[in-house]
Write a protein that binds this ligand. Sequence first.
Ligand SMILES: Nc1ncnc2c1ncn2[C@@H]1O[C@H](COP(=O)(O)OP(=O)(O)O)[C@@H](O)[C@H]1O
Ligand SMILES: [Mg+2]
Length: 250
Amino acid sequence: MSVLRDPRLVAIGERLREVRAVVPFLSSKGGVGKTLVSVATALALGRRGLRVGLLDLDVTNPTVHVVLGIRPGSLVPREEYGVVPPEVSGVRVMSTVFYTLGRPAPLRGEGVSSAIRELLSITRWGPLDVLVVDTPPGMSDELLELLTYIRRFSSFLVTTPSRLSLDSTARLAELVARRVAGVVLNMAWEVPEEAVRLADRLSAPLYVLPYDSSVEVALGSPERLAETRFARAVDRYVAEHVVRLLQNRR
Ligand SMILES: Nc1ncnc2c1ncn2[C@@H]1O[C@H](COP(=O)(O)OP(=O)(O)O)[C@@H](O)[C@H]1O
Ligand SMILES: [Mg+2]
């Protein structure tokens, strides 16, 4: 370990100084809907007039841009004493896809950590009410970086009703412990007792989002996504929760 402090670590605190709340979406497994729920939440908060940032922390497999309909290469963050995230549908977006242009980014270990520190230390979010963070699944390097550099956050755990997802979500919950704002049961075909108990144990509300087949055709169009039953439920439960969280922080 180096005795020199990475200057980027100091910069990260400075870059996030004007961000009122950091709201990461976490899950133990992939494919449970983290990306979809985090993008839908960011868009809903933007529509409610809040200043919203959206960070794709999945540096090796970013997908936020797919939901938003951003073609890799079509947008470039403006460089100005750091980089200014482009605004898409009322949300300031930052993703490694702006730099990899959709090419593979096979990073591991130190490479992932370095990419995240770079992203966090160069991005000039400016004043934000909320920074929504989409993350890769599990206790990844990305999540560990987030836990190291951003101590204060209110996360949502995303799971499906499957026991395969619920069991491991309970372990993830232990890692973030008191920083869970809510549990999101996505693509819910039922509400298992285990999900209710998990939320109870965390003293967090359980939000149930329906499986909605119209989501797939709405990918790439924030306007169409907003009209889906899924996005309306995200707005009513998750976005509403974030709004209350901000009101309580005043
Ligand atoms: N509530 C839902 N209804 C229908 N499809 C959904 C829903 N939530 C997620 N999906 C679909 O499931 C797949 C995985 O979602 P994604 O957000 O990429 O998960 P994750 O980010 O956790 O890996 C995607 O094809 C997405 O469109
Ligand atoms: Mg994802």
